[in-house]
Every structure is written in C-alpha cells, then in structure tokens.
Design a protein around this ligand. Structure first.
Ligand SMILES: Cc1cc2nc3c(=O)[nH]c(=O)nc-3n(C[C@H](O)[C@H](O)[C@H](O)COP(=O)(O)OP(=O)(O)OC[C@H]3O[C@@H](n4cnc5c(N)ncnc54)[C@H](O)[C@@H]3O)c2cc1C
Length: 279
C-alpha cells in the first residue's frame, strides 16, 4: 500500500468500438516520475464491494494497464482499456464514472531500444495498441518503425501520429475471438537485421511462441528485443495451474526471475523450466 496512490475517474470515452479511454486524476500524480519507457504501465486496483481502494498487487483486484498519456500539468493520465469481455478490468472501464476511485501502483516499463539505434519493429494485439500509440507519439524524427497490430474489428483502427517514419499493417484476427495471426505475419516478414529493435506485446502463450521464433529465426542480442505477455487466453486455468505447483517449484520460478538480469536473459532460463513443469 505504501507506494500506491489514490486517484479518481474524471472522464471516460469510447475511442473505438472495443477501446475505452478512462482519464484519472489526483494531486499525487504531480509527484510521479516517468520511467522514461514509452510502454510504461501500472497496476490499477479496482475496488469491488469494499469501496476503499487499499492496495493489493493481486489479480483478484488489480489489472495492468499502459499509461497512454500523462499530463503532469493537470495532473492526469489516460488509460485505454480493451473492453473484451466481463473481467473486472473491462467491466470497470465500461461503467467508469467521474468520482469513482481506484489506486495505482508505481510505474514500470519494458520498451528500451539501445542508444544510438533508430530502426524498430513493433508487433501487438489490441492490448498493446495503447503502448504502440505512445511509443510512436514519443519517437524522434530519426527513427523508423514497422508496426503490425492485430485488432478485434477494422473499426478499432486509430490514428497513430508520430514524427518518425512509420508503416502500419492492421489485421483483424486473434484477441481471444479466434486464432492469432501475429506469428504467421512475423513468419512472412523479411528478416530484420540485428540492428533492428523488436518489441512485441500480446497474449502470453503467443508471446512465448513469438519469442521462440525470434530466437530461432531473427537471432539478435538480448538488448535488441523485448517480448511481453499481456494477458492469458484462459487466465483462470493459468492461475489454477500455478496454484497446483509445489512450493519448491514456485520458489524455483521466482529464483530464476532475477531482477538484476535483463528480462530476456531471465526468459532464456525460464522458458525451459515452464515447459518442464507444464506451464
Ligand atoms: C504490461 C502490460 C500492459 C497492459 N496494457 C494494457 C492496456 O493498455 N490496455 C488493455 O486493455 N490491456 C492491457 N494489458 C492487458 C490487461 O492487463 C489484461 O487483458 C487483463 O487481463 C484484463 O483484465 P480483465 O479484468 O478485463 O480480464 P480478466 O479478469 O483478467 O480475464 C477474464 C477473461 O477474459 C480473458 N481476457 C483477458 N484479457 C483479454 C483480452 N485483452 N482479450 C480477450 N480476452 C481477454 C481472460 O483470459 C479471462 O478468461 C496490459 C498487460 C500488461 C502485462
């Protein structure tokens, strides 16, 4: 609870059929410091029957969302929520009203292209679109991006303004409604050379397949890619499997995830272990 802050909803608007923007404001946001990573995100604690937003970093009550826009002068932030179903986060976003209160965790971020590089390849499903939009908005004119985004509906296409040189491929598929096309789209791409920074955000099982593909087919230094699982296609089953692990297995998992190492180095060891324990 110590590092969470309490904010109120000050606005909510539909920005496409399946994407709803919720604007949050509170004086504590003025003291925030950005991670400097354009995909920065936080945990939003969504109160249930107990209206007091105490902090618990737990999927029972909190969901990850990207900070799509942050205006320190108000201060306020926007988060863009995919209203994909009836989970706690999507339900909250659909019905969010001015005055509703939530608590936010501290910020984290993953997107960190190596200094001096300018070429990027971004791949995302609808949950990664807010991060893609902010990455492009905050890019420099020297950068160039090839972006692939998988949407729920063609009407979910949004403007992606950027000072950089950008090409965008939109695809309607995946997102829990059908098979994801992201991996086959990657298989069809020209192999990006080792100087291209690759960032990918999508469903967790797909992200692991994409990581295996990148390592095997687009080999590059670990600093030149970051692949993130944003959601689980069957979150309840995944949680059941995790809870069924022995204490020793859970401890080994947490031991492998060594915060002092780069995330993609952790994944080199984590992926075989996940497969060994059936996750
Ligand atoms: C770093 C990070 C940043 C993220 N940023 C964003 C963001 O900016 N906007 C955003 O909308 N999401 C974002 N997400 C994903 C979001 O946290 C998950 O989709 C979350 O599970 C949604 O919570 P929920 O309560 O709506 O659904 P849950 O209660 O978690 O799940 C309910 C059911 O819906 C399914 N489900 C969950 N998410 C999706 C989905 N996106 N599509 C289809 N089915 C789904 C689950 O598998 C489950 O069966 C981010 C995740 C991470 C890790």
């Amino acid at each position: 609870m110590s590092d969470s802050i309490v904010v109120s909803v000050v606005g909510a608007q539909q920005i496409s059929p399946n994407l709803r923007r919720v604007t949050l404001s509170g004086p504590a946001l003025a003291a925030w410091e950005s991670t400097g990573k354009a995909d920065e995100f936080l945990h939003v604690h969504i109160p249930g029957e107990d209206p007091a937003p105490g902090w618990e970093d737990d999927h029972d009550v909190a969901r990850h969302y990207t900070v799509r826009r942050w205006d320190p002068s108000v201060p306020s932030i926007d988060i863009d929520v995919v209203t994909h179903g009836h989970g706690r986060g999507a339900t909250w976003a659909r019905s969010a009203q001015p005055g509703d209160v939530v608590a936010l965790s501290e910020l984290h971020g993953y997107y960190s292209p190596p200094a001096g590089t300018t070429r990027r390849l971004l791949v995302a499903d609808a949950t990664g679109l807010p991060a893609v939009a902010r990455i492009l908005e905050e890019a420099s004119a020297e950068e160039s991006f090839h972006v692939t985004v998988e949407l729920i509906s063609a009407d979910d296409r949004i403007a992606l303004p950027s000072p950089a040189t950008v090409t965008v491929d939109w695809r309607v598929s995946g997102n829990g409604r059908g098979p994801s096309a992201l991996l086959s789209l990657m298989e069809g791409m020209e192999v990006p050379d080792g100087g291209v920074y690759v960032w990918l955000a999508c469903e967790s099982a797909h992200s692991r397949k994409a990581r295996a593909f990148v390592r095997a087919t687009w080999p590059r230094h670990h600093a030149y890619y970051r692949i993130v699982g944003y959601w689980h296609v069957n979150a309840e089953e995944q949680l059941r499997k995790w809870n069924a692990l022995s204490e020793a297995q859970q401890a080994r998992y947490l031991e492998i995830w060594d915060e002092s190492r780069p995330d993609e180095v952790n994944w080199l060891e984590l992926e075989p272990y996940l497969q060994e324990i059936g996750l």
